[in-house]
Design a protein around this ligand. Sequence first.
Ligand SMILES: *Cc1c(COP(=O)(O)O)cnc(C)c1O
Length: 435
Amino acid sequence: MSSHSHIPVHTRSQALQQRAERYFPGGVNSPVRAFRAVGGAPPFIDRAKGAWLTDADGNRYIDYFGSWGPMILGHAFPPVVEAIERAARNSASFGASTAAEADLAERVIACFPAIEKLRFVSSGTEATMSAIRLARAATGRKIIVKFEGCYHGHADGLLVKAGSGVATFGIPGSAGVPEEIAHLTLALPYNDLAAVEAAFDAHPGAIAAVILEPVVGNAGCIVPAPGYLAGLRSLTKREGALLIADEVMTGFRVALGGACERYALDPDLVTLGKIVGGGLPVGVFGGKRALMDMLAPLGPVYQAGTLSGNPLAMAAGLATVSYLQEHAAEIYPRLEATAKAVAEGVAAEAARAGVALALNRVGAMWTWFFTPGPVTNYDEAAQSDTAAFGRFHRAMLDQGIWLPPSQFEAAFLSTAHGEAEVAATVEAARIALQA
Ligand SMILES: *Cc1c(COP(=O)(O)O)cnc(C)c1O
């Protein structure tokens, strides 16, 4: 266990960041990695094993972001590494079908009864973008309802009042999205059924789909109020609109069958990503057979991908999902207990230090909001003291605890996190919150 009595050195990371800034905007290939919301230069990662990251200067960290969700079995989990190695020896890509695609599809369908047929893509962004095209084709309608603070990837129509990096940087959407496209997206407050009802009244017969994170992760963790998901299901059914559960983050995370299982939700379409690829780039959109059969080559909705169903990605996904499925009865209760111990342990240290902190948690995903709370929607999340979060983040990082670098992101843990990691994290928080 590394316990730092002094601030770790980051000279090698700083040099690597300076070099990266010559080639990549902000030095990064995805904006929140730049640590702009919390200050300081981001450590560069050299390698990771289990619950532990090692940076370019040799500092070690307990990992609470897990590559933003995928690494639920911990880093370099041997069955996943072996599956990738085995697949790579047979060539990395063919652009023709392989048995592994149906192998993984069968596992996904077994976990998500709402999915009868699916397509593999290479990112969550592609999954939600394709689901929306399908929903518009199926309904012959144009308007999409989303919720403030939910992030569904960076396709044009979904960047309206989005969470994740968009929330982190406090911007309403994105430059470069034409008004004509933004106007087809209605962003409503989360956990407010009356707002959805009012939108259907204001746009009769025009709303193609309601898309949501059934547990929000991208505004920080926000829990669906009792009856909210069921209410959305019956409203969309009544109005002839589709319900799209974006489970890119929550799928295989809040339960094996994601939020659909945890809250008994039966959406028309489900999107997956992150865990389903086991750390390699995979997304899924799937749902009712009749809907999915509208896709080319059977139907008129076009969607394609050179690397879709890539053999290495399928191998990593299959190793991950098979392991989760075969050990679910043991894994999910343990994830729940470990997450509860660390999330509540840190919250108790905050209470002891007189720091107002609202904890939202569902299974092994949670957020400590630096606000008295409650946090039930984006506006309430935005009340958080982001400067205090930034100081907490930096103080934790200095003690070897890697939290997601924004107040508006969820923390995750893996099956590799145990009592020692929990104890070290709570002790680090005790020190960080006194500072
Ligand atoms: C991460 C995420 C996405 C986007 O997935 P990418 O693979 O980053 O494109 C979409 N929806 C949700 C809920 C996510 O958490």
